[in-house]
Ligand binder design. Structure first.
Ligand code: GTP
Ligand code: MG
Length: 439
């Protein structure tokens, strides 16, 4: 997949839309489109409105010309916005490839992720952020999107880069011990220091792993269970918190027959799994698959004018406050049809979740299974290095430094394979540069 030829792809998702996007990247991007556009200046970075002729049709087109290196891929990039017909986009792509081929211009259809690959290849973004972009595209829910965006903004990179440098420095000490222990000017760190540095690094690796969640991790979200008497307005609040009509609401008691679970974003840093349940006294309540877990937060919903006592530890919500002037002693009285009440409810639940020390999803980093595997390998090898560090009493040096070095190289390699920035060769450079031993 080494960049060389220019690439072209339909960059808008399939489906009906007002506009569709064709993107071209590479040294020949402007040459590809010039003969086909009525109004296009390849020298200028700008957008222009013009026309393109295809199948005897005169089609309007907006062109964005982004000469490299100030583009996403760092190559010359041209984007064409066309009417949003997938067939039309395919035909225009075919026309441009045929015309380029006839003129001897190397242009082909891009492979999956190839624009992002080129951005990474040219050093425009690190590997973990490239993967995070894939996670953004694949996100199935608001929560996954939030986590993926978080990773795309570089949180994983920000955590792992300094860690890799620290381990590289420690490796430097170990390797200096191996290679130059006969040199008087080389000061070798004590084994206790090395062990301490590695233990700190191992802890940080564990923290990075703990903070990581992936698409498969939705079940680690804290659960917030709406409970209360039938007809209390639980399902109405459930829908209102989700911001869409997910479950049926009815004035007849016993409408909800089973537990319904949905991820719900309550604030920029707190997401939960919201669970709607049948009315507490309903015969289906016991049968419903609620399976309360320790740590679930119960949102007890009971009407303001017929308050029923809540189970211990529950957040108490008086519902249908618009129907009565009665105000029971509860945490919040709501009218499900008033948005300020719903915002107050979301804020109340978010605070309760935070103080219950549930890990907030939004601060988690979306990890691909590849990244998670590498992180696990890094944790295993750094632990092995710590275990191998044992003092040889006469010299005070590690007894098996070469084996420690192998494990540390493995750790750095695993981390580097996540961030895409450190290779084993770089390690040598860092080692030699940081010791200035003049060899
Ligand atoms: N006026 C008013 N009506 C509400 C409010 N919340 C819910 N309702 C109405 O109360 C009725 C019952 O609401 P649901 O949300 O279905 O109640 P539920 O607790 O889920 O009921 P079950 O599923 O049967 O246990 C519906 O007719 C709702 O429109 C509110 O804040 N104000
Ligand atoms: Mg209901």
């Amino acid at each position: 997949m080494k960049p060389g030829t220019s690439i072209i792809a339909i960059s808008s998702p399939p489906g009906i839309a007002a506009r569709g996007l064709l993107r071209i990247s590479g040294a020949h991007a402007t040459e590809v489109v010039v003969p086909h556009l009525s109004n296009f200046n390849p020298q200028k970075r700008q957008s222009e409105t013009g026309r393109l002729t295809i199948m005897n049709l005169d089609v309007p087109v907006i062109t964005f010309n982004m000469p490299g290196p100030k583009s996403f891929t760092t190559e010359d990039v041209v984007e064409l916005q066309l009417p949003g017909s997938h067939l039309l986009l395919e035909r225009v792509m075919g026309l441009l490839i045929d015309s380029a081929t006839r003129r001897g211009i190397p242009l082909r259809e891009a492979g999956p992720g190839e624009f992002t690959y080129r951005a990474w290849f040219h050093g425009r973004l690190p590997l973990d952020q490239a993967e995070a972009i894939a996670a953004v595209i694949a996100a199935q829910s608001d929560e996954e999107l939030l986590a993926a965006r978080h990773a795309a903004e570089g949180s994983l990179h920000a955590r792992l880069e300094p860690l890799a440098s620290d381990i590289t420095r420690t490796l430097g000490f170990v390797e200096a011990g191996i290679d130059f222990s006969d040199e008087e000017d080389v000061v070798i760190a004590s084994v206790a220091d090395l062990t301490q540095q590695l233990e700190i690094a191992a802890d940080q690796l564990t923290q990075a792993g703990d903070a990581a969640g992936g698409a498969e991790s939705a079940d680690v979200l804290p659960r917030v269970v709406l409970r209360g008497p039938a007809n209390a307005g639980k399902s109405t609040l459930f829908n209102a918190l989700l911001g869409r009509p997910r479950v049926v609401v009815h004035d007849e008691a016993g409408t909800t027959r089973d537990a319904i679970v949905e991820p719900c974003c309550l604030s920029s840093d707190v997401s939960v799994l919201l669970v709607d349940t049948p009315g507490d006294e309903s015969s289906t309540f016991a049968a419903a698959n609620i399976a309360e877990l320790e740590g679930d937060l119960v949102l007890w919903c009971s009407p303001c004018d017929a308050w029923q006592d809540a189970p211990t530890g529950a957040l108490c919500i008086g519902t249908k406050r618009d129907m009565t002037s009665e105000r029971p002693a509860c945490d919040l009285c709501t009218c499900a049809h008033e948005s300020p009440d719903i915002e107050a409810l979301a804020a109340l639940v978010a605070t309760a979740v935070r103080t219950a020390s549930h890990a907030p999803w939004a601060s988690r980093l979306a990890l691909s299974s590849r990244q998670r595997g590498l992180l696990d390998r890094a944790a295993t090898s750094i632990q092995a290095a710590i275990d191998l560090l044992a003092i040889d009493p006469p010299t005070g040096n590690p007894t098996r430094p070469s084996e420690v070095a192998v494990e540390l190289r493995e750790t750095i390699h695993s981390i580097g394979s996540i961030t895409g920035t450190i290779t084993p060769d770089d390690v040598l450079e860092v080692v030699f540069a940081s010791f200035c031993v003049g060899k």
